[in-house]
Design a binder for this molecule. Sequence first.
Ligand SMILES: Cc1ncc(COP(=O)(O)O)c(C=O)c1O
Length: 465
Amino acid sequence: MGDNRVPRDPQLPTHWFNILHDRPQYVTSAVSRSRLAGEAKVAGQGALLQQPLALARQSVNTADRFIPIPEEILDLYALYRPTPLRRAARLEERLGANARIYYKYEGANLTGSHKLNTALAQAYYYSRADVKHLVTGTAAGQWGTALAYACQVINLRCTVFMVRSTLRQKPIRGDMMRLFGAVVHESPSDLTEVGRQVLKDNPEATGTQAVANGEALELVVDDSDARFAVGSGENSVLLHQTVIGQEAISQLAELGEFPDCVIASMGAGSNFGGIALPFLGAADESGRSLRLVAVESAACPKLTRGRYMYDLSDALGTSPVTKVYSLGSTYVPPPVYAGGLRHHSAGPLASAMHADGTLEPMDVDQLTSFRAGLLFCESEGILPAPEAAHAVAGMLDIVSRHPRQESPIVVLVNISGHGLLDLGAYSRFAAGQIEPVHADETSLSQSLSALEAFNQSITESVQAT
Ligand SMILES: Cc1ncc(COP(=O)(O)O)c(C=O)c1O
């Protein structure tokens, strides 16, 4: 890779920040299904767990506060990092806000979102472990695109199962992944048992992240050269994303600032963790107070309405069972445009942060989010991805509630991706065709009941072992 090096900016972090060192209580262990009485070990679970040692260790490492980023990954990060941090001065003026609003912009990288930070890292570790093929599920397509590019640049095959509703909303996402050499399947598909079962129950099924992941896992089981790459939620993925927050800390420090509040959208927690965790470490160190706000979709309100219970992350039922805030893996959220916020659960780390009150959850409906996204674009010239528009809406809410008589609140919002492939959705918003979609109550109550029953059975099984 020597000849391809681009000069590294001094602000490019050389290490990932590991919050598990400061807060070891956040290492929430996965309960392997094979440990549960009466359940055979399922092949897919083995496939998911067969991560390269370096990656697996990163999820449980409490010894090192900083973990060095391998040189090869740094060379790739240098192609697009550090990403810009800007003050949204025109937006402040337009709002007449008693606030200084900063944003970190992850959308200008090669594939358009923060997802590349972990895609490159995972592709690197898997290729070093001699894996030839990465398979994944993607909802909005940002993760799939990032992995497709990472696999191309690191020379791995890539297969992506993309949630049907989002692939149909923006087929161009599929085109982009294919340009980077990936094989893309609409999920549910008839290629897998999981997909066929879903289609049998409902041929018009819109798909979910859990089904897409289940299909990806099933494919991996039959291919010994393949592994499942995970787009969010796992501790190691959040770790890779901490380049975002570390850069933001030094970029803000140059301006003499430290935020009162950091805001990001919540899919399973990677862009939130990426920006929030380094600030949490810095605030813990200095004793500063800091609000960390995670904004979820009102259509998939796992933090505000979910249960903190053991759950699966895929519909095949072979992923390890982790304790998370969840709506249950059978919940089917309405097909909102922020496909990346449709995951039924937050990851274990974000969930633990919610359980101990470190994370402040907020839910936003999609009409409010598009309004906020367009306002941001009109003022700042950047069109946020629908997921990031939720974070903007959360930020606007926080700023609007800040009392006039107090000194200005300093907020930092993560614009996790651009919305240029979501122009169709923004146009529909501009034409008055977007509804404020909320949770599907029928699916929600069925799924929560199933989740509670599952937890009951787990408790009984674990007690019996
Ligand atoms: C642009 C963007 N932002 C946010 C998210 C939410 O995911 P996470 O919580 O992993 O950051 C996604 C997920 O696809 C995304 O594409």
